[in-house]
Each structure stands twice: as C-alpha cells, then as structure tokens.
Design a protein around this ligand. Structure first.
Ligand SMILES: [Zn+2]
Length: 353
C-alpha cells in the first residue's frame, strides 16, 4: 500500500536563541469577539490564512491547572502567545485538575481574549475527572471568551468538531479536526491498558466529513491536521521502527490504548491528514513520519504539579496555504526554539473508498 509520502527537509536539533474579569463580562466579550476581526478571522466567522499565505497554530498541552501552581502556566501562555502571535491556540487536553474550574478557565481564556486570539481545546483523560462532568465542561468551554469549540451530537465524546481555514482561493484551504480521545479503558474486564480510545462512531463521522470535503474539493483531499490528547498506538510503532528519524525526545513509554480502534487506518485511506498532534505523555515531545502522516507530540505546558523534567513550552505549527506542508518547532519557556522542522508531502495519494 502506498500512502502519502512525507519527508523531513530540515531538522535543527540544537538550541538557538530566540530570534527576533470577571465572569459577568463573558457575553460582552463574546459579542466583542465577533465584532473585532483579527488577522485570522474573516467576516463570516471562519479562520483565515494571513495575506502572506500562512496560518500559525500554537499547541499547549497538559497544563494541569490548579490554584496553587497556575500563575507560572498563565505566564508561560502569555509569553509564548506574545512572541509567537498565533492565529489559533489549540490546547490538547488536561487543562484543569481541581474540582472548581470556572475561575481558572476564565483567567486562561482571558489570556487569549486580551490578544484577540481564538482558541479551542480537546479533552484529556483528566478533564471532567475532578470538576464538572465532561458534558458540562464542554458547555463551559464554549461559553468562554474567544473559544471556538463546538460539539457533534450522536457520536461518542464531546470535543469532536472541525474548523476550516479559508484562503484566497476558497473557504476550505485547510481543515483542522478535533477529537475527544475519551478518558479511560471502557472494557477493562476484557482489554488491557488504562486509557480510552477514539471509537467507531467518531471515526465514522471523520470518514464521512473527510469524504464530503474531498468531494467538494474536486476529489482532492484537503490538507488537514488532527488534534487529540491520547496518542495512537502508531506513535509507539513509529518509535520502535525508526526512532532515528524522529525529531525530539522520548523519555517515557507511549501511554496509548492497548487496542487499535482504526483512526490511523482511516486517516491513511482518506488521505487528507498531514499530521496528528497529541499530549498526555509529559516527557515525550517527538515528531516523526510513518506512512506519510506526521505523528507529533506537543510540549508539556504545565507547572511543577506533574512529573517530568522538560522545560514547559508549546509546539508551534505553521500551515502554508494551498500546499501539503507545514513548519513546526517547540518554543520553550524562556524563549528557546527547539527541533525546528519543515515537513512536506511530495505527492497526494490516497486509497479510493
Ligand atoms: Zn493525559
């Protein structure tokens, strides 16, 4: 089977210096957010490539906010957002780990609202564990300033939605898929492993959506990225098969589900996804390519209330309008850039359904 083939053009493994409210305001701020159009948000409410044809995403992950330690995370978020000036922030799960979340989430959202930057978040296994249940939490996210989350009814999980990115040549120059990778193994009596998986209803939804977008795009899969919390089993396979080609670090095992529910196979068959971006494993931050799909971790963005020794930071992803390629790097607290990499796909090929 030949799928997309991807190559890493450049990998800089060395560090280099940094180149050059309150709740009651919620609805007011949301109203303001619709009226105030920043670079990446066009009048029809759709994300948009910049004039120069780029769209920058900052991925934070595993903040594990709790009152006693959150200030350093808010500072990290502010500093990285200030220096990177993304068009969208994606948080790949495990935002809050205490039972009262409203104040922390609002303070976090305001970090983005102050800069007029839209943000989304997918659920991690810890979201909803101590505080409000996931359905309630999903509604809270959607009510927050500058949040673009939505939810898809009739399928498993809450944070399943798609954001198209418009370009000069059309409404759907790129697609961003967001999945709820669920929390814990629902079949513990029969299946090994601690963590849950993206289930058939979600994969079925993805396949249908992907096919519809491809059809609208004259049969050509739309360049797409996918974001979720728990890595797929293929992250482990990639490392076992070809760790030398991976860029970044792996200091712990891949805590993926112990069965394969088939999302990766579907992504290969649909032919649109260029890369997947996850969190969950706080001391892994590598990216590598398997079968033409880039499998990437973000960089842990939390404080000292979790395990691990990596300097907190974020992954930055820059999409290129009309091209199956993206640039990515890790931005650390303090400004260092690590693992700057360009990934492009040298042909578009997918199995026809
Ligand atoms: Zn997790």
């Amino acid at each position: 089977m030949s799928g997309l083939s991807g190559i890493v053009r450049k990998a800089e493994r060395t560090q280099r210096d940094n180149p050059k409210h309150t709740y009651m305001k919620r609805y007011l701020i949301i109203g303001f957010s619709i009226l105030s159009l920043n670079n990446s948000f066009c009048q029809k409410g759709m994300l948009q490539f910049r004039q120069e044809g780029e769209f920058k995403i900052v991925q934070f992950t595993d903040m594990h906010l709790q009152n006693s330690v959150s200030e350093s995370v808010f500072e990290l978020v502010k500093n990285i957002v200030d220096v990177e000036k993304p068009d969208l922030v994606v948080i790949t799960g495990d935002i809050c780990v205490q039972d009262t979340v409203d104040d922390l989430l609002l303070r976090l959202a305001n970090r983005f609202a102050e800069k007029k930057i839209h943000w989304v978040s997918v659920f991690g296994n810890h979201d909803g564990e101590n505080g409000p249940p996931r359905k309630t939490l999903s509604a809270i996210y959607r009510s927050l300033p500058y949040n673009l989350n939505s939810t898809t009814s009739g399928i498993k999980g809450e944070t399943n939605f798609i954001l198209p990115v418009a370009g000069k040549k059309g409404k759907h120059q790129a697609l961003l898929y967001f999945f709820d990778s669920n929390a814990y193994n629902p079949l513990k009596d029969r299946v090994k492993g601690t963590y849950g998986w993206i289930d058939f209803s979600q994969i079925h939804w993805y396949r249908n959506q992907s096919a519809a977008f491809t059809k609208k795009n004259k049969g050509v899969p739309v360049p797409s990225l996918a974001f979720f919390h728990i890595p797929l089993p293929e992250y482990q396979m990639l490392w076992e098969e070809d760790s030398a080609s991976c860029i970044g670090t792996k200091h712990e095992e891949v805590f993926c589900p112990m069965i394969n529910s088939g999302l990766y196979a579907s992504m290969l068959e649909c032919g649109d996804i260029m890369g997947t971006f996850v969190g969950h494993d706080h001391v892994n931050d590598y990216i590598g390519i398997r079968d033409g799909i880039a499998l990437a971790y973000g960089r842990f963005s939390g404080a000292k209330n979790t395990y691990g020794h990596l300097t907190p930071g974020a992954r930055v992803i820059v999409l290129k309008e009309g091209k199956r390629e993206f640039d990515t790097w890790i931005r650390e607290r303090g400004g260092n850039i690590l693992y700057s990499t360009q990934i492009h796909f040298n042909k578009e090929q997918a199995i026809k359904n």
